[in-house]
Design a protein around this ligand. Structure first.
Ligand SMILES: [Zn+2]
Ligand SMILES: [Zn+2]
Length: 343
């Protein structure tokens, strides 16, 4: 699919994936330079789909001249090493996610330790903990061959065959999540990775347990997206978002409602993130065993930072309400109504 108004050739390669947020997108910028934004997970079905997408333009892995990654998750970065091995191209990712994409043992070990600590602190029952760790072990290979990475910082620019892309750090879902902004048809557009998705909200709190204050960081990201007024976003999953500021405002509203729901749950007494997750999402399987309580924790942590809840009991795993009639609104950015939706 190419938008004739875009001013350059963009091929959206849709990659099947049921393990995470659903279908991934790999974006092929086909100018004088062949650039891929995200690669999909390192499994055979996805590899075939990506090859077919490139093949439609007479290209193969060996022709890719640059890979830009939005973040370290396997469904975005998995095939980067393989593509680099075939073409020798640089693989760029934000500095905060670079050690994980490179699969540096110190970084992957630290992330794994952090995850285990978090899961314990959330009060996850042992059988669920074992189920989760077994699931993560079983999916180990989907990260693929580690590439040699070239890290970038917020604001870095890439000239990809006459199209200038600016890296925009969008932390929350992952510590090193970055989008790539460019001048589009009617204004600035953004390859948004998992920072802005259509239909559903990206997980915060469980998707990258390295992130402290994940919800606060993500709310700042959403406010920045709204502020910059992108006219269109090309997300890491599913189709383009025609009103990024409006979508950012919707996601903020969603998190505010969820925070209010978390407070309601705590009116029955102190609870662990796991218990709150159970009330919010019910029974969970596969990656959601991590994402559910992570999300609950991110909301509790945000309320704690705002002085509305605190830790109950000596172990500090349970949270309790500190305030009878809390002002939740002040914990959320007040995003302007989107002019294009008239909201
Ligand atoms: Zn992700
Ligand atoms: Zn994703």
């Amino acid at each position: 699919m190419t938008d004739p108004g875009l001013g350059f050739d963009l091929e959206v390669v849709s990659l099947g994936n049921r393990a995470f947020e659903g279908n991934n997108d790999s974006y092929l910028i086909d100018t004088e330079e062949t650039t891929l934004i995200d690669t999909g997970v390192a499994v055979e079905a996805t590899r075939r789909q990506l090859r077919a997408g490139l093949d439609a333009r007479g290209l193969g892995f060996a022709d890719v001249e640059r890979v830009l990654l939005t973040h370290h998750h396997a469904d975005h970065a998995g095939l980067a090493g393989e593509i680099q091995a075939a073409s020798g191209c640089p693989v760029h990712v934000h500095e905060a996610d670079a050690p994980l994409v490179a699969q540096e043992p110190a970084a992957t070990d630290a992330a794994e330790d952090r995850l285990r600590d978090r899961v314990d602190a959330w009060g996850m029952p042992d059988p669920k903990r074992e189920e989760l760790l077994a699931f993560l072990d079983a999916t180990d290979g989907i990260d693929g061959e580690p590439p040699e990475v070239t890290p970038f910082e917020n604001g870095a620019t890439f000239d990809v065959g006459g199209v200038e892309l600016e890296a925009v750090h969008l932390p929350g879902h992952a510590a090193g999540l970055a989008g790539f902004a460019f001048d589009g048809r009617d204004g600035e557009e953004l390859f948004s990775g998992d920072a802005l998705l259509p239909y559903y909200t990206p997980n915060v709190g469980g998707a990258d347990t390295r992130v402290d204050g994940a919800l606060a960081k993500y709310l700042d990201t959403l406010a920045a997206v709204a502020e910059r007024g992108y006219t269109r976003a090309w997300p890491g999953h599913r189709g383009p978002i025609v009103d990024p500021p409006g979508r950012a405002a919707d996601i903020v509203a969603h998190h505010r409602r969820r925070t209010e729901r978390v407070l309601e749950i705590l009116s029955d007494g102190p609870a662990t993130p796991w218990t709150v997750s159970d009330e919010l999402f019910g029974s969970l399987s596969d990656i959601h065993v991590l994402h559910g309580p992570g999300e609950a924790f991110a909301h509790l942590e945000h309320l704690e930072a705002g002085g509305i809840v605190g830790r109950a009991g000596p172990e500090g795993r349970r949270f309790e309400r500190l305030v009878d009639d809390p002002d939740v609104a002040r914990l959320f950015p007040d995003l302007p109504a989107s002019p294009r939706h008239g909201r």
